[in-house]
Design a protein around this ligand. Structure first.
Ligand code: NAP
Length: 259
């Protein structure tokens, strides 16, 4: 399918690895020029070069922590006038409800709620002016089906989801289409770290911990960054113009729900 976005420009945050990289690759395959971001410059430049070599698109890199005001300023300087925004950042740490105080919540809200909102507020006015734009926020299955140990993530991402629900409907008539993409378990560094944590907690091998977690997914496996990226690219395409304020769940069927 021709996604109809060749020649457009996208900012993909937190995209040197994992799900963000999957989104950057799929957009590049559709002919989209990129601004890619991550904190670590080396992995970021390596991923950017691999994308330039594979797809021949223009890729600008910004090594910065996108959850800080200084990082956002650097990213926005490079990304002014983009047509497509994909927001993403690392997720907050797991714990018990008694573990977290105000500062922990402020940090999680900054990273996973207020950072995407700041980027939306900075970049969507230009999209409205040009009469076309796409925003995809990488959130989590934890919005639909909260994960008890991820209380910080559950809270911050639910807040972003509420904001997007209203905002998407305020901008849809101006040609800007905004939705959230909710990953379930995907084979990324983050998933491997969680496998390692589960193995340690239960005194079992990482392989067995992974098998246990795969058994909870009807598809019988983790998702791939390529599958995730392809869905994101579709949500950024010309064909997604009637998809407004939705939460698209990619979890291999793990969440047992009809809606
Ligand atoms: P990952 O494999 O650990 O990759 C994270 C990427 O984001 C890396 O490129 C990392 O590079 C970059 N990054 C992290 N924090 C950043 C920051 N503050 N500023 C700029 N770049 C940053 O993670 P992932 O699995 O792709 O997960 C992406 C998001 O989806 C996370 O919020 C995660 O909680 C959520 N999620 C993932 C899964 C899953 O199964 N993978 C499931 C549900 C939700 P640097 O470290 O160099 O900055």
């Amino acid at each position: 399918m021709d996604l109809g976005i060749s020649g457009k420009r996208a900012l993909v945050c937190a995209s040197s690895k994992g799900l963000g990289l999957g989104c950057a690759e799929a957009l590049a395959e559709a002919g989209v020029n990129l601004v890619m971001n991550a904190r670590g410059a080396e992995a970021l430049e390596a991923s950017a070069q691999a994308i330039r070599d594979a797809y021949g698109v223009n890729v600008v890199t910004v090594a910065a922590d996108v959850t800080t005001p200084e990082g956002q300023q650097k990213v926005l300087e490079a990304a002014g006038g983009v047509d497509i925004l994909v927001t993403n950042a690392g997720g907050p740490p797991p714990g018990m409800w008694t573990d977290w105080d105000r500062e922990d919540f402020i940090k999680a809200l900054d990273a996973n709620m207020l950072t995407p909102i700041a980027l939306i507020k900075a970049l969507v006015p230009g999209m409205i002016e040009r009469g076309w734009g796409r925003v995809v926020n990488i959130t989590s299955v934890s919005v639909k089906s909260p994960v008890p140990v991820l209380g910080l993530s559950n809270a911050a991402r639910a807040g972003l989801t509420g904001y997007v629900a209203g905002t998407a409907r305020q901008v849809a008539g101006k040609g800007v289409i905004m939705n959230n993409l909710q990953p379930g378990l995907h084979a990324t560094d983050r998933a491997e770290a969680l496998d390692g944590g589960a193995a340690k907690a239960q005194g079992i091998s990482v392989e067995d911990a992974k098998k246990q977690r795969c058994a909870t997914i009807p598809a019988g496996r983790y998702g791939t960054r390529q599958e995730f990226g392809a869905t994101c690219a579709f949500m950024c395409s010309q064909h997604a113009g009637f998809m407004v304020g939705q939460n698209i769940l990619l979890d291999g069927g793990a969440t047992n729900t009809t809606m």
